[in-house]
Structure formats: structure tokens, C-alpha cells
Design a binder for this molecule. Structure first.
Ligand SMILES: Cc1cc2nc3c(=O)[nH]c(=O)nc-3n(C[C@H](O)[C@H](O)[C@H](O)COP(=O)(O)OP(=O)(O)OC[C@H]3O[C@@H](n4cnc5c(N)ncnc54)[C@H](O)[C@@H]3O)c2cc1C
Ligand code: FES
Length: 265
């Protein structure tokens, strides 16, 4: 008989680090060979990394998948080095074997017939949106990406998105261009050039509210990916609940992607 918590049931996989390099702004880009995750992952899903063998640190760390290549069997992450777990990850070297749980959670969904989407990402929130932008552009949709950060060093993903034909705007706190009013103007200009069918946001409550207002004003779908502290990562412990119009929901299992109306409505 198969145990309910067998490796297979909870998507526990091992991966091999291919690269793990600093990319500025305190972020690192890590590429991992893990054909199972590369095959299954959908845009916006999450992988939980057991950063080190043993009990310290005990909890896995959740990370959005930045990019994946199903044929090559690779998945990529971009992470900010912050505390104990990510400091250990910063020391990973090519060839290191790592313990992964995933992919988990709800993915972003592109609406049937959508012709143009807008994606709004801030800081590490950009990570969760890049593969969505690439997938959408690959399907022939127009993609307008607004990437926000403290400084130019805190924004990444531009080259990847542009090479997939997305239109990219970077906005920064350093010069005031990340101001919500300015982001609203960029969105509005884009809408005047062609209707936006869906809007996706991650990494900022203010941008989430802006996206919600925009989606309500123009009668379109909108989604936000939320971040909450997590423990089990698989829907069992309820550490990660957030309040929505449908009651308390688990960010790890019912999200991280939620309709904007459930979060801001
Ligand atoms: C759905 C989701 C997707 C994420 N995607 C990314 C990503 O793509 N890139 C990235 O850099 N970061 C991402 N994060 C945040 C990342 O998980 C934390 O920065 C990381 O766990 C910090 O671990 P630490 O040991 O370095 O920090 P510590 O502060 O030492 O961590 C202590 C504990 O708090 C938890 N924790 C700390 N900060 C956060 C946080 N912001 N969100 C959730 N739990 C936290 C840790 O998992 C750990 O259990 C994501 C978080 C969530 C919930
Ligand atoms: S982290 Fe345990 S239910 Fe979400």
C-alpha cells in the first residue's frame, strides 16, 4: 500500500544545481536540473526547497518558478538573499543535489480568446510573472509588462521578456517612476493602444489594488499572487491562511494565485 505522504504524493523531488549566480540587487539566479518539475510546472506555481539536510533550518523555503524548459528538464529561480535559509542557498554550487517539493499551488490561467495581457511585478514578485509573460507571448498574445523595484538593480527579467516580444516598462522608487499614479498612466496608455483582456500582479499590495481598480473599471479579469509565511507548504497546517471574500484560504494550496476580486472585493 502506498503511504499518503509518500514522496510521489507530495511531489518530493531531487534536483541538481546547474548555476547559482549573483545578478545584482541582492538577488541570485539559480538554474536546477529537475525534469519532473520542468515537465509539470505551470506559470505561477511554487517549489519549496529544503535548504539543507537535517533539522536546521527545519522548514522548507517557498520560491516561485521563474522559468522552465520542459525539453531541457530545467527550472530556474531568482531569490533574494535574506535570512538563514537563503544564505545557505547562496552557497550552493553547480553539481550540488537539492531537495525540492513541488510544483505546488494554483497557477495563472490565460483566458480563452485573450489577445493582450498586462503583468505588474515588484521586486521578488517579478519572479512569479516572467514565465507567464513568456508563455503568453509564445501563444501570440500581446504582453505589456511593468516591472517595479527600488532601483534599476532591483528589477530583472527584462531581457527574457523582450526576447519573447513583450513590451517592457521598468519603474523605480529611486526616480519616483514607480509611483502608483505613473503606473496607472502606463496601463492607461497601453489600453488606449489596444484593449487589455487580463491583468496579473505580484509583489505589491498597492499595485494589487491598482490592478483591481483597473480590472473593475474595464470589466476584465485580474489575478494576484500572494505571499504568506508558510510551514508545511501542502495545505495541511493552515499557517499561511489569508482573508478573502470566500473566507480564509490557504495561500500554499488554494493560491498563491487568487482572483483580484477575492482579495480586494
Ligand atoms: C508563494 C511564495 C513565493 C515566493 N517566491 C519567492 C521568489 O521567487 N523569490 C524570493 O526571493 N522569495 C520568494 N518568496 C519569499 C521567500 O520564501 C522568503 O524570502 C524565504 O523563505 C526567506 O527565507 P530565509 O530563511 O532566508 O529568511 P528567514 O527570515 O530566516 O526565514 C524564516 C522563516 O520565515 C519564512 N519567510 C521569511 N520571509 C518570508 C516571506 N517573504 N514569505 C514567506 N515566508 C517567509 C521562511 O520561509 C522561514 O520559514 C516567496 C514566498 C512565498 C510564500
Ligand atoms: S503552509 Fe501549511 S497550509 Fe499552507
Amino acid at each position: 500500500m502506498k503511504r499518503a505522504d509518500s514522496k510521489e504524493d507530495v511531489n518530493m523531488r531531487s534536483g541538481v544545481v546547474l548555476a547559482n549566480e549573483a545578478i545584482g540587487g541582492g538577488y541570485r539566479h539559480m538554474a536546477v536540473n529537475c525534469p519532473e518539475i520542468a515537465k509539470e510546472v505551470k506559470d505561477g506555481q511554487v517549489v519549496h526547497i529544503k535548504v539543507k539536510d537535517g533539522n536546521e533550518p527545519l522548514l522548507r523555503r517557498p520560491f516561485s518558478v521563474y522559468l522552465y524548459d520542459r525539453e531541457a528538464g530545467t527550472v530556474e529561480f531568482v531569490y533574494a538573499v535574506k535570512g538563514a535559509g537563503t544564505k545557505i542557498m547562496a552557497g550552493y554550487e553547480p553539481g550540488d543535489e537539492i531537495d525540492l517539493l513541488g510544483p505546488t499551488g494554483k497557477a495563472y490561467e490565460l483566458k480563452e480568446g485573450a489577445k493582450k495581457i498586462a503583468i505588474l511585478g515588484r521586486g521578488v514578485g517579478i519572479v512569479s510573472l516572467v514565465s507567464l509573460g513568456v508563455s503568453a507571448a509564445g501563444k501570440g498574445l500581446r504582453v505589456e509588462a511593468i516591472l517595479s523595484g527600488k532601483t534599476p538593480d532591483h528589477v530583472f527579467g527584462r531581457k527574457v521578456l523582450e526576447s519573447s516580444a513583450a513590451v517592457v516598462h521598468e519603474v523605480y522608487d529611486a526616480d519616483g517612476s514607480s509611483d502608483v499614479e505613473n503606473v496607472r498612466k502606463i496601463l492607461e496608455r497601453s489600453r488606449q493602444e489596444g484593449a487589455i483582456d487580463q491583468i496579473f500582479v505580484c509583489g505589491s499590495k498597492r499595485l494589487g489594488k491598482l490592478a483591481y481598480d483597473f480590472s473593475q473599471e474595464h470589466g476584465i479579469d485580474g489575478y494576484i499572487s500572494l505571499e504568506e509565511r508558510m510551514a508545511c507548504g501542502i495545505g495541511v497546517c493552515y499557517v499561511c491562511v489569508c482573508k478573502t471574500t470566500k473566507g480564509y484560504q490557504r495561500v500554499c494550496k488554494d493560491g498563491p494565485v487568487f482572483p483580484l476580486a477575492e482579495v480586494y472585493g
